[in-house]
Design a protein around this ligand. Structure first.
Ligand code: AMP
Length: 428
């Protein structure tokens, strides 16, 4: 039997309903304040990621799916989206449009990760980029809409961790300070971190090896070495978050695994999953577009890991989405079976979500199924009903049952009270 590649998943119903609902909220929230969707290719020239994400990053070093095409050009499956958005901005002259641009995306990313829970080789990200504004209020607006998105899904306990990465001019000083602090303990670091100590000491702060984390705790904090401009910038972002009553914590060790970030960086963690499990990461990248050969245009953005998000969705949202909101229409006998599709199509057209019994089940077995599957209501059509032009409808949440004219089904459905926790009628 052929199996799917390691690290990939089949998303099956009813979970796909959760994905659609989450994506619907994302489109709603991120499309609501001037946001527009962008879609870029899933593969790009390898060089794009080497020049943006950085050739000392784990993502580029170890995790990219890179292959030559038939003409020998090196291509890579995108491991993240910001680089592609920046490339598209330059290539399509999006700078000719009035700025800023607020661009959101939803789509698959690819990283050759070691197998572990919550880490996949194909995973989906939902992200937002604000390009063309370098003000702290742009960062705050971005964080506010991210916060709104999580609130709409029912999250109340997520933590935003925030840090100041400084400006690139500060970076060399900071790298030197980390190197100086950690050099005496070189031998205790993992082999990756020994290499990082020479190439990019900042990355050591991000290492997942527990021994390295202990050693990294002795490194100086970036904020102490950052220049005045970046400190003022991040302080203003914090002031805005406080005004908006969006809770956050300063995390001085937060660096992020991509090279292009500066000033504001942040992550969102779920205490339920532990602080090692990050649901969202982002930050400011004012030099990225220029580094890729475009003009000096600033940007700030984030990416939410959709797979993990769906795994930890609050129960209320989950239950409401998974509740079967339809009316299960059950024909009994040949006369009813002959006409049921026609009736059901009419109800559907009038806005009643119906699901037809089409396997020939008996009434008893159909009622059992209705209960098991959590349908909102059942509509039964037998010989008597066919003769009288009626249908027997049963409210499965309230338990009441009555015979109504087939033409009255839409009005009956609209009057049906919400079923509460058991079958909270999903928005239709
Ligand atoms: P990053 O681009 O590494 O900052 O990732 C942003 C978010 O995408 C993370 O916070 C995760 O939620 C998610 N993510 C990153 N890599 C993976 C992966 N291999 N599998 C599932 N989700 C991932």
């Amino acid at each position: 039997m052929i199996q799917r590649p390691r690290g990939t998943r089949d998303l099956l119903p009813p979970d796909t309903r959760l994905w659609q609902a989450v994506e619907g909220v994302a489109r709603d929230v991120f499309g609501s304040f001037g946001g527009e969707e962008i879609r870029t290719p899933v593969f790009e020239p390898t060089e794009l990621f080497v020049r943006s994400v950085g050739d000392s990053s784990d993502i580029v070093n170890k995790e990219m799916y890179t292959f030559p095409d038939r003409k020998g050009r090196s291509l890579s499956l995108r491991p993240e989206m910001t680089a592609g958005v920046a490339r598209a901005w330059i290539e399509n002259h999006l700078g000719d449009q009035s700025q800023p641009l607020r661009l959101y995306y939803i789509g698959p990313m690819f990283r050759y990760e070691r197998m572990q829970h919550g880490r996949y080789r194909q995973f989906s990200q939902i992200g937002l980029e604000i390009i063309g504004a370098d003000t702290p209020i742009a960062d705050a607006e971005l964080l506010a809409s991210m916060h709104e998105f999580f609130l709409r899904l029912g999250f109340t306990d997520l933590e935003i961790h925030l840090n100041n990465l400084g400006d690139p001019e500060d970076r060399a000083r900071y790298q030197a300070a980390i190197r100086e602090a950690l050099e005496p303990r070189r031998a205790e670091l993992c082999s990756d971190c020994q290499r990082r100590l020479d190439e990019n000491p900042l990355r050591i702060l991000d290492c997942k090896v527990p021994a390295c984390q202990v050693i990294a705790a002795g490194a100086p904090a970036m904020d102490e070495l950052a220049g005045e401009a970046s400190r003022r910038h991040v302080a203003e972002v914090e002031a805005q978050l406080q005004l908006l009553a969006i809770p956050y914590v300063r995390n001085r060790r937060l660096v992020r695994g991509l090279d292009y970030y500066l000033r504001t960086v942040f992550e969102v963690v779920s205490p339920q999953l532990g602080t090692n499990t990050v649901l969202c990461g982002g930050g400011r990248y004012d030099r990225l577009i220029a580094d890729l050969g475009g003009p000096a245009v600033p940007g700030v953005g984030f990416a939410i890991g959709e797979d993990r998000l769906v795994e930890v969705l609050p129960a209320r949202f989950r239950d409401a989405v998974l509740a079967r909101s339809a009316v299960y229409v059950v024909p009994i006998g040949d006369a009813a079976r002959a006409r049921v599709l026609e009736l059901a199509r009419g109800w559907l057209r009038s806005g009643v979500p119906v699901e037809l019994e089409i396997t020939g089940r008996s009434l008893k077995s159909a009622l059992k199924r209705a209960d098991r599957e959590g349908f909102r209501a059942v509509a039964m059509l037998g010989e008597d009903e066919m003769r009288g032009g009626t249908v027997t409808v049963r409210d499965l949440a309230g338990g009441s049952q009555s015979a109504i004219a087939t033409a009255d089904v839409p009005a009956w459905w609209r009057a049906l009270p919400p079923a509460g926790e058991r079958a909270g009628r999903a928005e239709s």
